[in-house]
Design a protein around this ligand. Structure first.
Ligand SMILES: NC(=O)c1ccc[n+]([C@@H]2O[C@H](COP(=O)([O-])OP(=O)(O)OC[C@H]3O[C@@H](n4cnc5c(N)ncnc54)[C@H](OP(=O)(O)O)[C@@H]3O)[C@@H](O)[C@H]2O)c1
Length: 261
């Protein structure tokens, strides 16, 4: 049972890889920085020695590199039980006048074009059936909450939301299509959000202080909690409820701990 995770070298993707290995998945870890992927793979080989782990370096801002990743995956496996697109970027800008086209295009490339291209190129190994392959894209609450300086990130995540909607109707027209959902994690304490806050603080963006205070107060999920909620959607949610759904990480963590108490 193979799962592909992009952005597997840190944050939510890394935590998810560790959870999935514990449930018995073999893993393809894809990401930009080889050393981060190797760190996760080494840990997995110690903690889950019976699992197979592959690491594949990719720059998801580059379509050729993205296609190459898909080729390596389809050469290596016949079937993916899950594909989780965790990679994400979005540089803040101090104001609209300084919003850089390169940053804007990079966010659209990594957060929208790459998940589209990768899903399309992976179709030979993303199949329907019983059970169907499950695809999860990681969105962000910033899609609907426009804040000054967050155009690259928020606009691209809104487009990702629409991509998931589109994929769900496209898959419905296929006789043997996979299923797809969007996972909105909420605020999660990861290297990615800490780096975003640091940059946004330097630019004196109003949302930076609010995010920093929430992290400091622990009003956020850990990467492990977000990964557990995501795993719940992969493992426990019936296929008909999963397909086309938008899951909220914080709500799931609340309801799961309530159910467990
Ligand atoms: N943390 C939050 O509060 C939060 C809230 C809402 C949504 N999200 C979303 O959750 C997902 C995971 O984020 P995270 O918080 O776990 O952040 P993270 O620790 O920064 O993880 C993001 C991952 O994406 C990878 N990545 C970025 N650009 C890439 C590229 N061009 N090619 C390949 N990989 C690339 C990064 O690789 P490198 O480390 O090698 O650069 C990193 O592993 C993202 O989609 C993010 O937008 C997070």
């Amino acid at each position: 049972m193979w799962t592909l995770i992009t952005g597997a070298g840190s944050g939510i993707g890394r935590a998810l890889a560790l959870e999935l290995a514990a449930r018995g998945d073999d893993l393809i870890l894809a990401g930009r920085t080889a050393s981060k992927l190797e760190e996760v793979a080494t840990k997995l080989r110690v903690e889950a020695p019976n699992r197979e782990v592959m690491t594949l370096e990719v720059d998801l801002a580059d379509p050729a590199s993205t296609r190459n990743l898909a080729q390596q995956v389809t050469d290596a496996v016949d079937h993916l039980s899950a594909f989780v697109y965790c990679a994400g970027v979005g540089e803040p800008a101090s104001d609209f006048a300084s919003l850089g086209l390169i940053d804007f295009q990079e966010a659209l490339a990594v957060n929208v074009s790459a998940p589209m291209l990768l899903t399309q190129s992976l179709l030979p190994v993303l199949k329907g059936g019983d059970p169907a392959s499950r695809i999860v894209m990681i969105g962000a609450g910033m899609d609907k909450h426009a804040q000054p300086g967050t155009g690259s990130y928020g606009i691209s995540k809104m487009a990702l939301r629409r991509l998931v909607r589109q994929l769900s109707v496209e898959f419905d027209t296929m006789s043997d299509g996979p299923v797809v959902s969007l996972f909105q994690p909420g605020l999660v304490d990861t290297p990615g959000i800490r780096s975003h806050i640091e940059k946004a603080e330097k630019l004196e963006l109003p949302h930076a202080e609010w995010l920093a205070k929430r992290l400091e107060a622990g009003e956020c999920l850990t990467a492990e909690q977000a990964a557990s909620a995501l795993l719940f959607t992969l493992n426990q949610v019936p296929e008909s409820d999963f397909h086309g759904a938008v899951f909220n990480g914080a709500d799931l963590v609340d309801s799961l701990s309530f159910a467990g108490s």
